[in-house]
Design a protein around this ligand. Structure first.
Ligand code: SME
Length: 156
């Protein structure tokens, strides 16, 4: 399985270094997307959805790497991203075709993970990753992304 090819600890260290060296939040998030997209073979779309400060209850597409998506705004509760925003819990979907509340970014997507970024009890946004492989994400992905979300929250 592709997961063997990834050095998860090294990837976390690299992400911390990117966060500390970026000029601003946008750049940090863009660099994180590129790092994850290029270093994890089973990641085919990596992006951020951020809570709209002008319209709470709505997520807005932030920096991403991968094919453009039509889902540039997502209401809380809508799709996997909206459900993660509403519940503030990580959603790990092994097969998106089994989900009734799902927004397709691309027909090639098979599995997805969404990890909320929370600071002082406030939802800031989330990391969203799609894979074109079924059952692509597991415990290592979740652990890395949740640890990264904690670090990212400190930027806000
Ligand atoms: N699949 C997500 C929508 C975002 S796109 O994948 C980039 C969802 O169901 O919320």
């Amino acid at each position: 399985m592709a997961q063997k090819e990834v050095d998860w600890d090294l990837l976390f260290d690299k992400s911390i270094s990117l966060l500390h060296n970026a000029a601003d939040r946008e750049e940090a998030m863009q660099h994180i997307c590129a790092l994850l997209y290029h270093e994890v073979p089973h990641y085919d779309w990596v992006g951020f959805y951020m809570v709209d400060p002008l319209s709470k209850g709505q997520l807005v597409l932030g920096p991403y790497v991968g094919k453009p998506t039509e889902h540039t705004r997502i209401a809380f509760g809508e799709g996997i991203c909206g459900q993660a925003a509403e519940t503030r819990k990580t959603f790990l979907i092994n097969d998106v075709h089994t989900e009734s509340n799902y927004l397709a970014c691309s027909p090639t997507v098979q599995s997805e993970i969404v990890v909320p970024i929370i600071r002082s009890d406030e939802l800031i946004g989330e990391i969203d990753i799609d894979s074109d492989t079924k059952n692509a994400m597991g415990v290592q992905d979740r652990k890395l992304l949740e640890a990264m979300a904690k670090e990212l929250a400190k930027l806000f």
